[in-house]
Design a protein around this ligand. Structure first.
Ligand code: PLP
Length: 328
């Protein structure tokens, strides 16, 4: 039996037994409630970081806790080889908040897995290799996603990167036009760039991407791992400016912190995917699905989208008054 470590020792223990790949804040988070986190020293922090943009309904929201605890006592896990009530409800809930023609969900475990599957599907169904993404983009750490990531610091020391990846300038239609052709399987973008800086395109940029992709038969993929699930004041950026992509990758906040990813796609795409083309052991597990369904319910019933819109407006107005804050 392992002995319970003293709180003071926890930093040392993590340092000793965990791979040192993260730059950590120098404190131990013991618990979270709503927008607050509490440290072992008894300090309370307003969590503007949201556990890495994950805690979409606040820390340990009672309805999420109830949903996962009920589900855990009935069935923690079963694979996709059986039907399951939690999975059925989660898929329905997710598709119902997505704009048409997004009509089907494939559940995975993380953002990078959702992106890997999106690019795999685009290549598989078009029979083309070329993927266009953007300078400054971040799509994840696994080989395909990092090959589509346009930030040098994530690509360094990753060899080999996959072939067929090209980078356009974000927000620049002409730059995409110069790369896009009938060899292109997909254009993938974060509709609002994240790790590269918070960059948005003009409405015409997204509209042009949709038109240009349709013209050459390429798929348009939105990586909404960060922008999804209410973070912009809408459930998704898909649908904004009248543009709906062919696929949307999701993770982070979709299940309030229970690890989960998803790929939304049109019926047309889903209809071409055959049994065995895609798969994952844990994706769509009942525990994560229960958390996803409860997350959608909380966002809706507690009017969190309206809350995001109001608070964003207030924060933007007030923060831009501070002299120390500059636009890069
Ligand atoms: N895409 C975007 C926009 C992200 O911000 C991230 C993670 O930060 C990912 C993909 C990768 O997600 P994950 O860390 O769940 O694999």
């Amino acid at each position: 039996m392992t002995t319970q470590p003293q709180l003071e020792n926890l930093v040392a223990i993590e340092e000793q037994y965990q791979v040192a790949t993260y730059k950590k804040f120098p404190f131990v988070i013991e618990r979270g409630q709503d927008v607050w986190v509490y440290t072992s020293e008894g300090d309370r922090y307003l969590d503007l970081y949201g556990g890495h943009a994950v805690v979409s309904t606040g820390h340990s929201h009672p309805r999420i806790v109830q949903a996962i605890s009920n589900q855990a006592s009935r069935l923690i896990f079963y694979s996709n080889l059986v039907y399951n009530d939690a999975r059925a409800r989660a898929a329905k809930a997710l598709v119902e908040i997505a704009p048409e023609p997004l009509a089907k969900a494939f559940f995975v475990n993380s953002g990078t897995e959702a992106n890997e599957n999106a690019m795999k599907i685009a290549r598989m169904l078009t029979g083309r290799l070329k993927i266009i993404s953007f300078e400054g983009a971040f799509h994840g750490r696994t080989p395909g996603s990092v090959s589509a990531t346009g930030l040098a610091r994530y690509r360094e020391n990753v060899a080999p990167l996959l072939e067929g990846h090209f980078f356009a300038d974000f927000g620049n239609v002409a730059s995409v036009e110069s790369l896009l052709d009938e060899e292109t399987a997909a254009v993938i973008l974060e509709p609002i760039q994240s790790m590269g800086g918070v960059f948005l395109g003009e409405p015409e940029f997204y509209q042009a991407l949709r038109e240009m992709c349709d013209q050459v038969g390429a798929m348009l993929i939105y990586d909404e791992v960060q922008t999804g699930m209410g973070r912009t004041g809408e459930f998704f950026f898909a649908g904004v400016h009248g543009v709906v992509p062919d696929m949307v990758s999701l993770a982070k906040g979709i299940a309030s912190g229970v690890p989960m990813g998803a790929l939304l796609m049109t019926d047309a795409i889903a209809g071409e995917i055959k049994t065995g083309d895609l798969g994952t052991t844990f994706g769509g597990g009942p525990l994560a699905c229960a958390a996803l369904e409860a997350t959608v319910d909380v966002i809706r019933e507690e009017r969190l989208l309206e809350n995001v819109r109001e608070n964003s407006k207030y924060l933007f107005e007030e923060l831009t008054k501070l002299a120390m804050i500059e636009e890069a």
